[in-house]
Design a binder for this molecule. Structure first.
Ligand code: SF4
Length: 432
């Protein structure tokens, strides 16, 4: 049977999709990107904003229109929070809530009567990550969150914290490495809380992965900026743990952070950033900011803007606040008018792009190992191949039309910042 998998939303959803793709393959099925060829389509939906929920509904409808004969299974946050609505959408055969998604493959095959005998071996060319065009893999290490940030629907949708045991994670990374993957990203809803209920912690997980796997590049997904031990910082002395952290700040105003019930205030955040930059000036720190949180005054907004500027982030994900039913923030007084939210968002986008350019400029002249990807673009009468540095800068190099660098790591010198990437000069093997 041909199975197609689609996702919307966070990296965690991506990680789950990859796990399911592997499981379908292990059960003898083929993964395809072509919806029209699929007999079964799995959609991992999202509901982080009203817009994400709308896009999830739209995707379900579109897939059913493109291939009305395929069985359709919907999981993820939109399907969990709106189970009845999702089941009633045309073409949906099965809704699997987040609670039950660990058994998604088994449940689907059993309930839709689609189980087939597993094949003894699978064709290496069909490894799901590559058929889905990926050069790096996401490994989900935990789910759920014990905190209750007032804007966050995720805790309602995902429930209590559950961590996967270290040996299972190590086995998964070793298997991915054997399939030719050189970089994995550890993800979780509350990654920093990893291990809290199984008597371990994130630091130990990383130490064991670095020791018991030989994966060349280990990256951390979004990490709440608290609960990080002194030992955590020392882990970055190992260059295999890549110098990039996405630390969601959410606001640079302490008063707003208090209303959001965040566990980290600006002074603590600033000292984390100082510590990380002391490890390496190449350390790339990226963040999320919500603009227009209820009651955000002009003064709070200005404080937030100034603090963000002071941090010099390499990238900022900007969200305009939108209330989500079921969260505490949805009932907070003094909503910020849409026009002001828009204006603040525009102002922050401008600042974010200046900071990004400045960070990129500061990295020129560095020679770094780049993991190249399959994506290419025409460039004058040659081609550009794209890839990422350890600190997650998107770079490009000129390649000959018949040259394929995909999934290779080689050294390149960062030479010129353009709007969307940094142009590099590749070093010859003798220079590396
Ligand atoms: S820590 Fe993160 S996942 Fe947990 S409630 Fe806050 S924003 Fe949501």
């Amino acid at each position: 049977m041909h199975v197609s998998l689609k996702t919307l939303g966070c990296r965690l959803n991506e990680a789950e999709l990859e796990t399911w793709a592997q499981a379908f393959q292990n059960a003898g099925h083929h993964i395809t990107r072509d919806i029209e060829q699929a007999q079964l389509v799995i959609i991992n939906s999202c509901a982080v904003t009203q817009d994400a929920a709308r896009k999830s509904r739209h995707l379900i409808r579109r897939i059913h229109r493109d291939n009305p004969h395929a069985k359709l299974v919907v999981s993820g946050c939109y399907a969990t929070l709106n189970e009845q609505e999702a089941s009633a959408l045309l073409g949906v055969d099965l809704v699997i809530s987040n609670r039950d998604k660990n058994q998604l493959v088994e449940t689907t095959l059993a309930q839709l009567n689609m189980a087939v005998m597993p094949q003894l071996s699978t064709d290496p060319g069909e490894i799901s990550l590559f058929t889905r065009g990926r050069q790096r893999a996401f490994v989900k290490v935990q789910d759920g969150c014990r905190y209750r940030c007032t804007f966050c629907i995720v805790t309602v949708a995902r429930g209590e914290e559950i961590s996967r045991p270290i040996p299972l994670i190590v086995d998964e990374i070793n298997a991915l490495h054997q399939q030719g993957i050189d970089e994995v990203i550890l993800t979780g809803v509350h990654l920093g809380g990893y291990g809290s209920e199984i008597n371990t912690q994130l630091t130990e997980l990383i130490q064991v992965i670095l020791k018991e796997t030989s994966i060349q590049r280990l990256r951390l997904g979004s990490l709440e900026p608290w609960e990080l031990s002194d030992e955590f910082y020392t882990l970055f002395e190992n260059p295999r743990l890549l110098p990039h952290l996405h630390l969601p700040l959410q606001s640079g105003s302490d008063a707003v952070l208090r209303r959001m019930a965040r566990r980290c205030k600006t002074a603590e955040f600033a000292s984390m950033v100082t510590r990380l930059r002391a490890i390496s000036p190449q350390f790339n720190i990226t963040t999320d900011i919500i603009v227009g949180f209820p009651g955000e005054t002009q003064q709070e907004w200005q404080e937030s803007y100034d603090f963000v500027q002071q941090m010099g982030f390499g990238h900022v994900h900007i969200f305009s606040y939108s209330p989500r039913a079921g969260t505490k923030a949805a009932s907070l007084p003094n909503p910020v008018p849409e026009a002001i939210k828009k204006q603040r968002s525009r102002q922050l986008h401008d600042l974010a792009s200046v900071m990004k350019q400045q960070f990129c400029q500061s990295q020129l002249g560095q020679t770094l190992p780049v993991l190249w990807e399959a994506y290419t673009e025409a460039y004058q009468d040659q081609r550009l191949t794209f890839g990422y540095t350890p600190n997650y800068l998107r770079v490009a190099c000129v390649t000959a039309p018949d040259e394929c660098l995909a999934n290779h790591i080689s050294y390149a010198c960062l030479s010129k910042v353009t709007e969307n990437y940094i142009l590099t000069e590749r070093l010859s093997l003798s220079q590396q």
